[in-house]
Design a binder for this molecule. Structure first.
Ligand SMILES: Nc1ncnc2c1ncn2[C@@H]1O[C@H](COP(=O)(O)OP(=O)(O)OP(=O)(O)O)[C@@H](O)[C@H]1O
Ligand SMILES: [Mg+2]
Length: 259
């Protein structure tokens, strides 16, 4: 099966700092990949490239058979224009650590503004779909509320519904529970788990929740210092790490999470 996402020898530098040093990664349609690794290893950067929030310094990225940062013209790859980027990015949804909801819009409006303005969905269809997704994340009773009236966990569930309304083929989650009070983490992970179980979307989950990664992911990818240092089935990676780097990462993680 053709991958839904392909990274080929992707490099990214910020000034003199090379943050990604040649990433090769294929993700199958409907595959759930957990991305783990130390702070600063490049996890966020990898997914921001896919969301077109950062541009690779070199290398090639493909989404659903289309080059992301390039466009094919007369059989040659040339840099993509804004229109092409928008089209391909339309297949990707992202949930951020800090929700990024519009504070002056109701929950319903937060979920319909992009489908209406970006996808050109008509208002009724967008609202119907938004209500459906807000029901899915357990917030059907909050349509007319404003973000400031919600808990962090509820805000994060709105952010998920908002991404789902766009019918992405790939969903990106960047440490979506790390800004939450501990008692709110569970409800958000539960919703992600349910979405994952429906199965059809590929997911890349940057997470420090190792138990969650083990449950939900088909594959765990360990990023260290801008390279994929180890990857494999969750059980193998988390219980039987081969490299010293991964062993010490998991050890450090265990120590910090139990404190
Ligand atoms: N816009 C930027 N300008 C300069 N440096 C950046 C920028 N974005 C990220 N970096 C640097 O790139 C490196 C990788 O950052 P990234 O956010 O991808 O790491 P991460 O693995 O997500 O870390 P964390 O677990 O702390 O979120 C870091 O050293 C960071 O300081
Ligand atoms: Mg990060």
């Amino acid at each position: 099966m053709e991958p839904i996402v392909k990274y080929e020898d992707v490099h990214k530098s910020f000034g003199d700092l090379e943050v990604l040093k040649g990433i090769d990664l294929n993700i199958a349609p409907a595959e759930k990949v957990a991305l783990i690794g130390p702070s600063g290893s490049g996890k966020t950067t990898i997914i921001r490239l896919l969301m077109t929030l950062e541009k690779p310094t070199s290398g090639y990225i493909e989404v659903d058979g289309d080059p992301l940062w390039h466009k094919e013209v007369n059989g040659k790859l040339v840099p993509a224009d804004e229109k092409h980027l928008r089209e391909v990015r339309g297949k990707i949804g992202m949930v951020f650590q800090h929700f990024n909801l519009f504070p002056h819009m109701t929950i319903l409006k937060n979920c319909t503004v992009a489908p209406i303005n970006v996808l050109g969905m008509d208002k009724e269809e967008a609202e119907q779909r938004a209500v459906e997704m807000l029901e899915k994340v357990g917030l059907a009773d909050k349509l007319e509320a404003y973000p400031s009236q919600l808990s962090g966990g509820q805000k994060q569930r709105v952010a998920m519904a908002r991404a789902l309304v766009m019918r992405p083929k790939v969903m990106l989650f960047d440490e979506v529970t790390s800004a939450l009070d501990p008692e709110l983490v569970g409800e958000v992970l539960e919703v992600i788990r349910e979405i994952a179980e429906e199965g059809e979307m590929a997911m890349i989950l940057v997470t420090h929740e190792m138990d969650f990664a083990r449950d939900v992911a088909d594959r765990v990818v360990f990023l260290d210092n801008g390279v994929i240092a180890e990857q494999g089935k969750p059980k193998d990676i988390l219980e039987n790490p081969q490299s010293e780097r991964l062993q010490s990462f998991l050890e450090r993680f265990r120590t910090s999470s139990s404190s």
